[in-house]
Write a protein that binds this ligand. Sequence first.
Ligand code: CAA
Length: 380
Amino acid sequence: MQFQPSDDQQMLRAMVRQFVEQEARPTVAERDEQALWPGELVRKMGELGLMGVAVSEEYGGAALDYMSYAIVIEELSRVDASLGVIASVNNSLVCYGIEKFGSDAQRQELLIPLASGRALGAFSLSEPGAGSDAAAQKTTAVRDGDDYVINGVKNWVTNGDHADTIILMTMTDPSKGAKGITAFLADTRAPGCSIVKVENKLGIRSAHSCQMAYDSFRVPAWRRLGEEGQGFKIAMTVLNAGRIGIAAQALGIAQGAYEAALAYTKVREQFGKPIHEFQAVGFTLADMATRIKAARLLTYEAAWRKDQGLDYVKDASMAKLFASETAMWVATKAIQLHGSNGYSKEYPVERNFRDAKITEIYEGTSEIQRLVISREITKG
Ligand code: CAA
């Protein structure tokens, strides 16, 4: 058993840290405040190989392992959780899905630009009436000659307004329930695809979440991902991997909030001494550090299991559940340790607190993670 990242993984961490400290930190508060899309940073992330970390070189990726991917998302999110989710969706929900389930033509034509950062991907499963109950898809796809014609409304599409290719889940046979769901690689520039709204959100404001409509939207059959009826399985498979990414995002948010709190308690003096010297503060820092370490071990182990080809459904859900609840807990405590200053936008912990909340919700709520874990540990 090895608990130490390899030399290459440590170099990768240092590279991503330098990138976000130099290029993202100076503008993160403004981008959050104004919900500004970080287009230039996303372009640079592509150049650095961060948009297709675990995709093979043949298909434009950096050909690293999932441990490395977790480190990338953690380091991006330590400074800017919006960059974390933009990269996570492209890496694990989109690129992984196309590499695993796509045809050779789809990999050549669509995966290479996505993994190399020349194009951006999104993943579209949620609908107004299909959140946790992901199988309740109402968006329809009907075969018409060499095309499918798609009608429906999707929401919470991360990257939606900047994406080139969207993994779009539709219902092709409602009588079959989950087995009637079919996935497509939709070209967002084709007629019939429109952005209804970009959500005005509590956190991760610089990563855009969109409601999108499809009105007689035609997708050529070669863009169908997998077989008809395979869509739900594809969605669940990429979400298993995506949950490692969101666990890593939550871990990064927690780490950023903890570092800010630690630094603050060393310089903030009350009653004649730095406040970390008070036992109540010191113990809070100790609990933060301990929970973050536990979240990191869970997250890395889930990634390691995926790298080993072991089953990791339960492990990814455990990592996401624990890391997201840790992020929320740590960010709440980080504000408390800052006192009134923590409530001000002048300090980063207020943003960490708002960003942390979504990690308990998207890619499966904490309740859904508990459902997945309980099913896994009681089956057989
Ligand atoms: N991995 C692989 N396969 C899975 C799976 C998993 N984690 N979970 C279910 N499946 C398979 C089952 O094995 C089953 O296949 P078979 O019929 O061949 O046996 C099939 O899928 C149906 O499974 P269930 O009967 O268990 O399905 P269910 O309707 O009871 O729902 C659920 C299961 C776990 C609740 C699922 O609906 C779920 O994960 N819901 C949460 C959805 C979610 O995470 N949404 C996030 C959207 S993406 C997002 O957040 C936006 C973004 O851009 C970040």
